[in-house]
Design a protein around this ligand. Structure first.
Ligand SMILES: C[S@@+](CC[C@H](N)C(=O)[O-])C[C@H]1O[C@@H](n2cnc3c(N)ncnc32)[C@H](O)[C@@H]1O
Length: 219
């Protein structure tokens, strides 16, 4: 099966978990707003895990998912579509957009939305944005048909677009999450490698590595 991961020993899993810790982007959350397709949900969780995003939040007004992460981890459809990434990346569900934004803002997170279209006050192409200015950042992805909601746009700092060059107006939700989160995590890993957790804690004397040695990749 294309998506199956080979069984690994407990020892190998533990070593890998230790090796990746330093590369995880702290205080970075990917939010999916009202996703419908379980394959897209699984793909976003897989991308978040692979790229080192700390958490995934899902706005789930249809109540398609369980509240409890442990139950999500046991749900076959999520485990299958995320290739078990749901076991390793914390996922939290919310009943609606405002509930999720209230939670994020209470914790000090700033949101940015993504859309192929111009939305809200500030619009940037992916490569133009600086994703390191806020210690806590939430990156929002919209519904497959309707895109991102006005409520999310209104309470976000900016709207990020992946430049499009074809006849199709948008990318698939899962695909766009991979492209956007690659750039955001790359920038934040570089930043984390140079600075301590928050800006006022200052620069590290030696930058930390931003990629794993090729040999460690295969563990
Ligand atoms: C299939 S698209 C939704 C298309 C919808 N017709 C719209 O107007 O946005 C699903 C989500 O993927 C993300 N997305 C798709 N294409 C994108 C692009 N070119 N730039 C940034 N985000 C994109 C956005 O988060 C979007 O809400």
């Amino acid at each position: 099966m294309e998506n199956a991961e080979p069984e690994k020993s407990k020892e190998t899993v533990r070593k890998r978990a230790d090796a990746i810790k330093a590369f995880r982007c702290k205080n970075l959350v990917a939010v999916i707003e009202d996703p419908v397709d379980i394959k897209n949900i699984g793909t976003v969780i897989r991308n978040a895990n692979a790229l080192g995003v700390e958490k995934v939040y899902i706005v789930d007004p249809r109540k398609a998912l369980p509240d409890d992460w442990q139950e999500m981890r046991e749900r076959k459809s999520l485990s299958k579509t995320s290739v078990s990434a749901v076991k390793w990346t914390f996922v939290k569900r919310f009943n609606n957009t405002d509930e999720c934004l209230d939670h994020l803002e209470k914790q000090g997170f700033v949101s940015v939305v993504t859309s192929p279209h111009v939305k809200g006050k500030k619009n940037v192409f992916l490569h133009e944005g600086d994703y390191t200015t806020h210690t806590k950042l939430a990156v929002w992805f919209g519904n497959e048909k309707r895109g991102i909601t006005e409520s999310a746009v209104d309470r976000s700092e900016m709207c990020v677009a992946v430049p499009m060059f074809g006849m199709i107006e948008s990318l698939n939700l899962g695909t766009s999450s991979g492209i956007v989160l690659y750039e955001v995590t790359k920038q934040r890993r570089e930043y984390q490698s140079k600075y301590r957790r928050s800006r006022n804690k200052g620069k590290r004397s030696e930058p930390l590595p931003t990629v794993m040695h090729r040999g460690d990749q295969d563990r």
